[in-house]
Ligand binder design. Structure first.
Ligand code: DAH
Length: 360
């Protein structure tokens, strides 16, 4: 056995005992790399005697191709083994139940907003929006509340600082969603319309039933032949669907708002038994919203001709609706961000009642 045979034997042994692709690569480099053992021997062929070359050259060529072939074979084997090992390790039991995961709750205000939007959408109203920082004009003047009007004092308005050299009245945090009526009507093609405006409003007030920020829903319908009876029907239809009481009774009580004429506050028939509020029956009345026929001056402020168009508007507190419908006693708790409260009063996202899932 000569040195080439020895070499072949030792390479075959190390190839067959290699356990990784890395090992195989090292063996290849050791034998067939640029400075490898077999490569060096092959380089010496040129300087060999003719007779020696005749014997050694084919043997070396054979050795080289044998090593290559064996390495390839082993490579395939190791790769297969690796795959099989991964398959057995990464086995996944798809029948196992999933880990319990904690599900969040829908905040009652989101829930009630969704419900209200759904009901009015069914009645043909679409949603409009406006900014929360408003100019004096949209929040007051255009709604027929000029600077000297006493209603300005009724709103505990938050004013936004304006620069010292500014002569225009300061901006305000909108005190109601009514300014969106103006923004909508003054747009090109703003009337006729049927819109609702859910949104945040701000007033400087804080107790069990008042918070500096709360949510309102504004409604506005303008057309050529709308009357108070359309307003009544719309609000009755809404209350019936929202409170899920078929024979709900509303009382339209004459009132005053600068932006409507005539104006009415709407009460819902109810009773108090053992401190529990029951809607739909009883001898008491609970105020739930303000409404009226849009004042001609408001239409004029939006460049809408009051001789051609008229309509109705209403405004209600979304948080108050949520308190009434779901028996939540303190308004402040809505905004305290207490998860335990949300766990209790919140709604399961997968069991959300809606008109389509049976809320009517
Ligand atoms: N903007 C009134 C408020 O915040 C609510 C209101 C009353 C809105 C009558 C209306 C309305 O659109 O017609 O107190």
């Amino acid at each position: 056995m000569d040195d080439i045979d020895e070499m072949e034997k030792s390479y075959l042994v190390s190839i067959s005992s290699a356990s990784s692709l890395d090992d195989l690569e090292k063996i290849r480099v050791k034998g067939l790399g640029k400075k490898g053992e077999v490569t060096s021997l092959m380089k010496s062929i040129g300087s060999m005697e003719e007779t020696e070359r005749r014997v050694r050259a084919p043997k070396l060529n054979f050795l080289k191709s044998r090593i290559i072939k064996e390495i390839e074979k082993k490579k395939t084997l190791i790769t297969e083994e690796n795959i099989n090992e991964r398959i057995s390790k990464e086995w996944l039991d798809v029948s196992r139940p999933s880990r319990p995961s904690k599900m969040g709750k829908i905040h009652p205000i989101s829930q009630v907003t969704d419900e209200v939007v759904e009901i009015f959408s069914d009645l043909g109203f679409s949603i409009a929006e406006g900014p929360q920082v408003e100019s004096d004009w949209y929040n007051f003047d255009a709604l027929n509340i000029p600077p000297e009007h006493p209603a300005r004092q009724e709103f505990d308005t938050f004013y936004v600082n304006s620069s010292s050299d500014s002569e225009s009245p300061p901006h305000v945090l909108r005190t109601h969603t009514s300014p969106v009526q103006i923004r909508h009507m003054e747009k090109k093609g703003g009337v006729p319309c049927r819109i609702i405006v859910p949104g945040k409003v701000f007033r400087s007030d804080y107790d069990q039933t008042h918070t500096p920020m709360f949510n309102q829903l504004e409604g506005l319908a303008i057309d050529k032949d709308l009357t108070m009876s359309h307003l009544k029907w719309t609000l009755e239809e809404f209350c019936r669907a929202f409170f899920e009481i078929g024979d709900i009774e509303l009382r339209f009580r004459s009132s005053h708002f600068p932006f409507t004429e005539p104006s009415a506050e709407v009460d819902i028939r109810c009773s108090w038994e053992d401190n529990m509020l029951k809607l739909g029956q009883g001898d008491s009345w609970l105020e739930i919203l303000g409404s009226g026929m849009v004042h001609p001056k408001v239409l004029k402020a939006c460049n809408v001709d009051p001789n051609c168009y008229q309509g109705f508007a209403f405004g209600m507190g979304i948080d108050r609706l949520a308190m009434l419908k779901y028996g939540i006693p303190d308004l402040r708790s809505f905004f305290e961000g207490d998860v335990r409260w949300l766990e209790h009063y919140g709604f399961n996202p997968l069991e959300k009642p809606s008109i389509h899932s049976g809320l009517t």
